[in-house]
Design a protein around this ligand. Structure first.
Ligand SMILES: [Zn+2]
Length: 368
């Protein structure tokens, strides 16, 4: 599987590799703005794009002359757009190819195009306002404390299981610690391994959960709505393919070797250091299924980047062979992480079946 294909978790509980097509056609050949190369056609492209941005979203007023010359007015307009969209920390006064400023500008252009051509349909990217996107992402962020409690439960279980392994004098009884060892073994198949490899496996799994905790637990720009690791899914969120979320393997630590910054997918301009949430599709599911999806995607996202070691999908919980997979592959399969964390938290297996109805049907009240 190519590394720039997204991994999409679908409604049937399986992940599919998915090519996300270009979200916007806006592109430039070289940088525009402060210290940019400022090629005439590129400057004109950016001037035109900036003019499509409403003033309240950081667009220029009065509108820029589209003359292809990057003078003080154009440079100021780029900086003002960045401040409005990304805050002061995100301001360098320059638009670079395939980086977040041009991607943001592309979103506004999509929206403007949809309005003028009337092609927008419900769910199309152009028809969703920034306000709606943020509101929908609020509902995802509201689920993160539950995901965090699963992650904490997993870490506690691993610690106690490790304690059991280190103290061989402890009999494997059904006390709390014994149950923790049994639970780790149920998902990661460690009981037949020699002691050092048992400890190594616990260390491997623990690092994944520690990374998840780092990913959602520390207050930073990357945990905030809008700029953070969780992003609104900009695709049409097509109800036919029913993907709930998608991400790029190892996105948490991926760095573009040239720019030393998180990479942007060349095909669609999306950040590869993000988990995209199909809020519209997810809205139909229970908190438990949504939390399971979040932890599953986090496992792909924070797992090792290199292909042999990355966390993929060698099996899924609903497959009859799930508990027959060898130890090595279990460590590298996302469903073992989310299902293990869920059972650690809930004290029973995760219930993946219950989709909640979108509307609660109230009995009709007749007033006489
Ligand atoms: Zn997956």
């Amino acid at each position: 599987m190519s590394d720039d294909l997204a991994c999409a978790r679908c409604a049937d509980g399986e992940c599919r590799s998915m090519a996300i097509d270009a979200i916007s056609d806006l592109s430039i050949s070289a940088s525009v703005g402060a210290n940019g190369r400022n090629i005439k056609d590129d400057v004109a492209t950016i001037q035109e794009a900036l003019n499509q941005v409403p003033k309240q979203s950081g667009g220029p007023f009065p509108l820029l002359a589209v003359d292809g010359l990057c003078g003080p007015k154009t440079r100021k307009a780029i900086a003002e757009f960045q401040v409005k969209q990304f805050g002061w920390g995100g301001t360098d006064g320059r638009v670079d190819p395939e980086r977040r400023t041009i991607i943001k500008l592309g979103e506004f252009q999509e929206r403007a195009n949809a309005q003028t051509t009337g092609t927008a349909t419900a769910g199309a990217p152009g028809s969703v306002s920034e306000f709606d996107r943020l509101a929908e992402m609020h509902t995802v962020y509201a689920k993160l404390p539950e995901a965090m409690s699963w992650i904490h439960a997993a870490l506690r279980t691993l610690d106690r299981a490790e304690h059991v392994i280190q103290n061989t004098a402890i009999e494997l009884t059904l006390d709390a610690a014994g149950r923790d060892f049994v639970l780790v073994d149920k998902y990661f198949d460690i009981i037949r391994l020699p002691k050092p490899r048992q400890l190594g496996a616990i260390q491997f799994v623990r690092r994944v959960f520690q990374n998840m905790r780092m990913c959602i637990g520390h207050f930073s720009q990357m945990t905030l709505i809008g700029t953070g690791y969780f992003q609104y899914d900009p695709t049409k969120q097509n109800p036919k393919d029913q993907h709930l979320a998608f991400t790029y393997f190892g996105g948490f630590t991926r760095v573009d070797s040239r720019t030393k910054r998180p990479p942007v997918n060349a095909r669609n301009g999306l950040r590869m250091d993000a988990i995209y949430m199909a809020t519209k599709v997810l809205g139909a599911y229970t908190l438990e299924v949504i939390t399971n999806t979040i932890v599953h995607e986090l496992a792909h996202f924070v797992g090792p980047e290199n292909r042999g070691d990355g966390i993929r999908d060698h099996s899924y919980r609903h497959k009859p062979s799930f508990f027959k997979l060898p130890h090595f592959q279990r460590l590298r399969t996302a469903d073992y992480y989310n299902e293990f964390a869920g059972e650690a938290k809930l004290g029973r297996e995760v219930d993946n079946d219950k989709a909640k109805p979108r509307f609660i049907q109230l009995p009709e009240v007749i007033i006489r």
